[in-house]
Design a protein around this ligand. Structure first.
Ligand code: NDP
Length: 264
């Protein structure tokens, strides 16, 4: 009997995860089937998981904290950052992992960078800032408003709002970690501020995928190498797939098949 998997989120109709995972299942000959499920109430995550008879799930906005709370066991990194985007059932218990952050880390490994500036301080920035710092990067957080910065301050990150930030330092990598540009044409920070920061940067990354955001357009106009969020999405999916299939396949084997979801 096929093992069943799904992505839980709200909204979830746009997700590429079913295509990515089903391609890899099929090509690797693994008897699995991956669907999407729009979950309205995060508190129902656990009962929905059992009711659907699932083996594993990915979790997207807005349920990563609810997923964290639903697990019986947490991988140490997921525990540290308080966010889970992958759950696997083993012998009747739920094991939680965060694969977004290692996915992002892998996506930027080709860039020569030490100083990184994050535009945005939401959930994705939270887990990725921690993994980058653990890997030896120096991460500064710049956010539109102050409340979300509190958590970062407590963890010892340098943090600024647009009002307190002076664009005098230079950053190797500038990353759009906001949702600005996802469904609108807005920049993640005021144009004048970005114009001042971009010349001394080496490259720019956006975690949004599938479109060229205003941020990436501006970076390109400054002649900077850029990357969107597709590799992050791919790599978080590969790492989740490794957990789903109990590390039966190598990263490279999975990548070869999953990457095809991005050309379809
Ligand atoms: P959150 O809702 O947790 O945080 C949103 C952040 O964006 C906040 O810092 C918010 O600032 C800021 N923001 C929103 N709109 C604007 C704007 N118009 N101008 C400036 N700042 C703005 O979001 P997530 O962290 O969950 O997601 C962030 C992005 O990451 C999304 O675009 C999502 O699609 C993407 N993502 C990509 C993945 C991938 O695999 N490629 C994986 C996961 C997420 P404030 O605090 O002031 O409200």
């Amino acid at each position: 009997m096929s093992l069943l998997y799904a992505i839980f989120g709200n909204p979830v109709s746009h997700s590429k995860s079913p295509l990515m995972h089903n391609l890899a299942f099929k090509k690797l000959g693994f008897d699995g089937c991956y669907n999407r499920y729009r979950l309205e109430n995060g508190e129902k995550l656990k009962e929905t998981f059992w009711a659907l008879g699932l083996k594993g799930i990915n979790i997207t906005v807005p349920h990563k904290e609810a997923a964290y709370n639903a697990c019986d066991h947490l991988d140490p990194f997921a525990q540290k950052v308080g966010a889970v985007n992958t759950i696997v059932e083993k012998e009747g218990e739920l094991y939680g992992y965060n694969t977004d952050a290692p996915g992002f880390l892998k996506a930027i490994e080709g860039f020569d960078a030490k100083q990184v500036l994050f535009l945005g301080a939401g959930g994705t920035a939270q887990s990725t800032s921690v993994i980058l710092r653990d890997a030896g990067y120096e991460v500064t957080i710049l956010n539109r408003s102050a409340p979300r910065l509190e958590r970062y301050k407590k963890e010892g990150f340098e943090t600024y709002t647009f009002e307190t930030f002076e664009p005098t330092s230079s950053y190797d990598l500038i990353v759009n970690m906001t949702s600005a540009g996802l469904e609108d044409e807005s920049l993640p920070a005021p144009n004048a501020l970005l114009e001042a920061l971009l010349p001394s940067s080496k490259a720019c990354i956006d975690v949004i995928y599938g479109k060229e955001t205003p941020f990436l357009k501006l970076a390109k106009a400054h002649g900077k190498p850029t990357k969107d969020g597709s590799d992050m999405l791919l790599y978080q999916g590969i790492i989740a797939f490794e957990h789903f299939t109990d590390h039966r396949y190598t990263f490279e084997e999975i990548e070869g098949h999953m990457r095809k979801a991005f050309v379809l």
